[in-house]
Unconditional design. Sequence first.
Lengths: 392, 292
Amino acid sequence: MKQVLEGSHAVSEAVRLAKAQVISAYPITPQTHIVEAISAYCANGTMNSRFLCVESEHSAMAAVIGAASCGARTFTATSSHGLAYMHELLHWASAARLPIVMAEVNRALGPGWNIWLDQTDSLSQRDTGWIQLYCEDGQEVLDTTLLAFRLAESANLPVMVVLDAFFLSHTFEPVDVPRPEKVDRFLPPLSPRFQLDTANPYAINQMAAPDVYMEMRYNIQFAMDRVLGQYDLLEEEFAAIFDRKHGMAEAVRCEDADIVLVAAGTTASTCRQAIADLRSKGEKVGLLKLKMFRPFPTDLIRQNLARAQKVAVIDRNCSFGAGGIFAQEIKSALCNVDSPPGVFSYIAGLGGRDVTQDTLEEIYLQTKTSHTPARESIWIGLNRELVESWRN
Amino acid sequence: MAQLNIPMQDYLNPGHLGCPGCGATIAMKLALRALGEKTVVVIPACCWGILAGPYPQSSLNVPILHTAFATAGAAASGIRAALDLQGDTETTVLSWAGDGGTFDIGFQSLSGAVERNEDCIFVCYDNEAYMNTGVQRSSATPFGTRTTTTPGQDWKKTRKKNIVETLAAHRIPYAATASIAFPEDLIRKFQKARKMKGCSRFIHVLAACPPGWKIPSDVSVKVCRLAVQTNVFPLYEVQDGTHYCLNNEGHRPVIDYLKIQGRFKHLTRADTERIQAQVDKDWQLLIKKSAK
């Protein structure tokens, strides 16, 4: 049944339907609505689960690691500084091969304090061994969270479901909330492959010397590679029950496009409108929406971008000293194909600044009129006067 | 010779990686004898992270979750939550951390867990410095100690944090000190803690470290006994953070404890007198608190 839901509550509803057993979290704006709703479900008996109100995000992740090691289905949510504070434990969760699901609301890192949209927080965690899935709207948030539990439990890897601060977390949209019986068909109770058990005692996560450590790390990479194959099958199953799927990436009018815009999250929605308008003016433009960032779906990216002349990547993030992070990944995915398109890297909309259709048209025109891409990322919408004033 | 009245079933295997005379190993051996097989052990970074053995071995016959340095309290809480949901309230969750994982980097998660009154036993086996990384000072290192980060004349000039008092300030239902030199007392306290289900319990065990304390490996137990006999490490219990009960009274001078340890050998008479005065003051305070 369709309900008008806030993006945050699309997560909470999915966690309720997934029957997560142990949830642990620490408040941070703009993630709080997710866990407030789950707390209420735990308190009023809607969920037969334990909500652990811990004293930090570091402890939130440690608590779900403990619970998952004991065979429980687990969930947490965070954002920005909270995610950065968890960093050590993100490595711990993936290397322990625990199927933890986390909602992460993309928010800027301070200083200066800024609670608005920015992707640098989650992208900074790209090497932690977490599957990362970026969502565009409330329905995709709900569906992806449900899928995340299945994916995590079949790959024995943790999954991060990423949604934009406010533009998605605090926006109300009609969302189809499936019936519990349907969800149960898709997501049976967790049967853990290993767990702490006094009847069968062994140690988990102990010292690993050089003779075994590398093989353990190879297996994480192997599991990540397998996810690329598993994901399509899981989505087929999902679609058979719920009649929806979103893909690891989505190509919109890429088949004959000279220029393809690449974006993730709600920016992809704005791109849809921008390319529709540009198409009506005769421009041959397409969109590649990035959903899965880890593992990076290189083949799918190549398949959809190799035919274009130019690619314009819109990054709401920056790896200082290197530039837009999605652009770097796209460049590396295309570097070994024959006559690859020129990849233009644009940084826009940091710290919650709007990326409007005008912004996107400016990016499109700049890409169209430039012969070859600049070596650096191009910053869109900068107040140059302000920048100059700080230099003196 | 009197027979000790302690359970004989061991859950610590021979072949662990402890140094000769390791007090932390004796502490674990005794604790698990008291707690039995229905125990899940959480070990953050500390000597015990090594003593428990590398993959694919384990020196314990109970399940262990090794966890990140700061997280023993939180990881134990998560295990407890999962066990409870599985209907298993019988199994004891034992958080087993060193002084770093309790007094310093692990203090926040321990404080959080105890404030939530998590149904776990939190143990600090205290060897009074970061021994696993090569004897660096912690906030459990006593006044007067030389470590590799308080070397030469920069020996530690501040006193040891009183961890039991901090836990008492949380009004934890049960807190106690214990010593590897008093095994019956230690076993009794762990058994008592095991039976007190449904709430947080904390046990602070002094565990000598021969390389860190600069003592011969055959005097670990003797040094820990002297710590009690000189009131440097009194044995006592605290119920609900307010009801104190002293288990032993020491009468020997502190110098007897200090003089046999290389880590204190640089101290002057004035320094040791200052330590004696501090120990006396702390002892009087403890007597006052335990008075009915």
